[in-house]
Design a protein around this ligand. Structure first.
Ligand SMILES: CC(C)(COP(=O)(O)OP(=O)(O)OC[C@H]1O[C@@H](n2cnc3c(N)ncnc32)[C@H](O)[C@@H]1OP(=O)(O)O)[C@@H](O)C(=O)NCCC(=O)NCCS
Length: 163
């Protein structure tokens, strides 16, 4: 049974391992970045947990603008109580647990929470090969992002949720 809950301080070592298994060194969130996100935005940082521990994660701050900018990977502010755009800076599922619907469940959980808090959109960037994955969850491809994170090209994907 998979449970989705807000992140806790003690999750840090497992988060770092999953991130390193899922992303290149240049793309992976560092231990310090996770520490900051756990401290500043635990309300929009969710983990998927099974009997063995953490198997997936999704996180990101609420931002003023519609699109992700690279400064967010270094510096974030606490989330406003309502409004704004819910960004996703990281979505990752441990490789042995992929293709079991866990990322989709994490996205759905974040979206439900964002709707309650009257966020305007959920906004994220992804590589070309995952555009279809996000489109399946209702995201729209807004074209190439200004992000140079990890030295690769990213696409802006947005889902409007304020209706
Ligand atoms: C991308 C990722 C988060 C997906 O996690 P997951 O738990 O396997 O995803 P889900 O099981 O919810 O969904 C997988 C589904 O998407 C489909 N899918 C995967 N890539 C796809 C693509 N490029 N286009 C369309 N569908 C795609 C799969 O076939 C699967 O479909 P199914 O459920 O009908 O079998 C995971 O592969 C991962 O952690 N990758 C490495 C890190 C990463 O790239 N994160 C995203 C950063 S933007």
């Amino acid at each position: 049974m998979i449970e989705i809950r807000n992140v806790k301080k003690g999750d840090l070592p497992q988060l770092v391992i999953i991130e390193q298994l899922c992303f290149t060194r240049a793309e992976a969130a560092t231990k310090e970045a996770f520490e900051m996100r756990i401290q500043v935005i635990p309300d929009s940082f969710f983990v998927a947990v099974d009997e063995a521990g953490i198997v997936g994660l999704v996180n990101g701050p609420v931002i003023d603008g519609e699109y992700i900018t690279d400064d967010l990977f270094r510096d974030i502010r606490a989330n406003p109580e309502s409004g704004g755009h819910q960004s996703i800076l990281g979505l990752a599922v441990s490789p042995p647990f992929q293709n079991h619907g866990i990322a989709s469940a994490l996205l759905a959980h974040l979206e439900k929470d964002a709707r309650v808090k009257k966020r305007e959109t959920i906004t994220l960037t992804c590589k070309q090969n995952l555009i279809g994955f996000y489109e399946n969850s209702g995201y729209i491809n807004m074209g190439i992002s200004s992000s140079k994170h990890g030295g690769v090209s990213w696409y802006n994907m947005i889902k409007n949720i304020l209706s």
